[in-house]
Design a protein around this ligand. Structure first.
Ligand SMILES: Cc1ncc(COP(=O)(O)O)c(C=O)c1O
Length: 457
């Protein structure tokens, strides 16, 4: 087996060649990016939509493909950050949206659609007795964190090092800290590191990072500040740093620790709700106090939600006076989103999940075989329909171990894929949609194999 250091010069060579080919094949995207850069900082309005030298611009989507403005047809392996579980423009969702469009796009009153989508979610997720909708997953986690603080009267929030819960202050801490121990602290008791300029020290001081998949150390950290911590927020699969699943004992253990110490346990299912009808909590056998949602429940439209125990959700009830937590939002429960979300959930039958999860399992297996056969050191993480290759010789089970992987090799694979009709995320995370079939999965695997052969040559 080659070492990463040995493979890096070849990866750089592939990267240089593929980047050049990408630039030549995408003149319209280059022009669109130059124009965007005049009015949008960095040319984009969403960080993930940028990659150097310039990102591509979508024209239209169709099933598991999208076509960019240069006419390149690309197999969509990221599905708008996992949100398009049915792929682009699924007919049933388009029909529901068209019907709602003919009635109106937004009202300063209820439509009942929010009730129906809430009923569907409550029925699917037993831990969720009541729910509120927002316009993004970030708003959902913001409200859940606030609820934990209001419910317990405690100021601090514990989150995982490497955990991503959106862009608000309380959770933009220790998402991707530099690995220097002088900054990030020891692995067993990470230091809170702001992930953005502009976060006040007081906010940083109120966040307690926990080591992911290390229950004993997490317990010790919680012990030191137990009376101050309002809640623990955790993803069942560390998303942003590379689809790293939580070990079951870790999640169940953390949940028990929260209960023992009177902390609110918040499971962030913004991404993981694509794992089953009842989300990751159904698979893990977990009953959180609060759950946050987003992505697939909006059927391709902006959405978020938070819900859980009735006594906690009562904080938002203003029917008998002022709510302890006022929750407003001009587009909360937007009828187009609600209609699209319901139509999407209807399509997500047991057999749809079985195909997504079974195909994900087979795909991870095949990727591992390809890695072994090529002699390229790689780890494959993921669960259900989400997966990622880490070019690393050592197992990946938390944020720090994920940082050992080669970024250059990954970037080379990304551009290699782009030039062969694959749209992987620039960070390397991938997911399936029900619009795909075995042929598309094989197309992806063949491209990865071709890349590995080229790399190891
Ligand atoms: C686990 C998790 N929580 C929260 C969010 C934030 O959601 P949004 O981008 O809709 O604000 C994301 C987004 O990727 C996420 O993956």
């Amino acid at each position: 087996m080659a070492t990463l250091a040995e493979l890096t010069p070849r990866a750089q060579e592939i990267l240089g060649r593929e980047q050049k080919a990408y630039e030549i094949a995408n003149p319209k995207s280059r022009e669109a990016f130059q124009r965007s850069s005049q009015v949008l900082p960095g040319g984009v309005t969403r960080q993930l939509c940028y990659f150097p030298p310039f990102p591509c611009y979508a024209d239209y989507g169709e099933g598991c493909w999208f076509v960019d403005i240069d006419g390149n047809r690309r197999l969509d392996l990221f599905n708008n950050a996992t949100s398009l579980i049915l792929g682009h423009r699924p007919p049933a969702v388009m029909k529901a949206v068209r019907e709602q469009l003919s009635r109106g796009t937004a009202f300063q009153t209820n439509t009942g659609l929010e009730t129906r989508l809430a009923e569907r979610l409550v029925e699917r997720v037993p831990s969720v007795e009541q729910i509120r909708f927002t316009n993004s997953g970030s708003e959902g986690t913001l409200m859940a964190v606030r609820a934990a603080r209001a419910f317990t009267g405690r100021p601090k929030i514990a989150k995982m090092e490497g955990g991503y819960h959106g862009s608000h202050d309380a959770v933009e801490i220790s998402v991707r800290p530099p690995l220097d121990p002088a900054v990030a602290g020891p692995a067993e008791a990470p230091t809170a590191v702001p992930g953005s300029a502009g976060i006040p020290p007081g906010v940083v001081g109120d966040v307690v990072p926990l080591p992911f998949n290390n229950l004993e150390s997490a317990r010790a950290v919680l012990d030191r500040q137990a009376s101050q911590i309002a809640g623990i927020i955790v993803e069942p699969i560390l998303g942003s740093v590379g689809f790293i699943p939580a070990e079951r004992e870790f999640l169940l253990g953390l949940r028990a620790e929260a209960a023992r110490r009177g902390m609110v346990f918040i499971l962030d299912e913004v991404q993981s709700f694509r794992l089953s009808r009842g989300g990751a909590q159904a698979l893990f056998g977990l009953r959180p106090d609060l759950t946050t949602f987003g992505k697939i429940i909006g059927g391709g439209f902006p959405v978020g939600a938070f819900g859980g125990r009735r006594d906690i959700m009562a904080l938002f009830d203003s029917s008998s006076g002022r709510a302890r937590i006022p929750h407003a939002g001009t587009f909360n429960g937007n009828p187009i989103t609600m209609a699209a979300g319901m139509a999407t959930l209807e399509q997500l039958t047991e057999s749809a999940f079985a195909w997504l999860n079974g195909t994900g399992d087979r795909l991870r297996l095949r990727l591992r075989e390809l890695g072994e056969r090529s002699g390229v050191p790689m780890q494959v993480t993921g669960i259900g329909s989400m997966f990622k290759i880490h070019f690393s010789a050592s197992p990946v089970r938390d944020y720090r171990s994920a940082q050992q992987a080669s970024h250059t090799i990954h970037e080379a694979l990304f551009f290699f894929g782009l030039n062969r009709g694959l749209y992987l995320s620039s960070g390397g995370r991938c997911c399936l949609s029900t619009a795909m079939g075995d042929a598309e999965v094989d197309t992806y695997l063949a491209a990865v194999e071709e890349f590995l052969v080229a790399l190891a040559r």
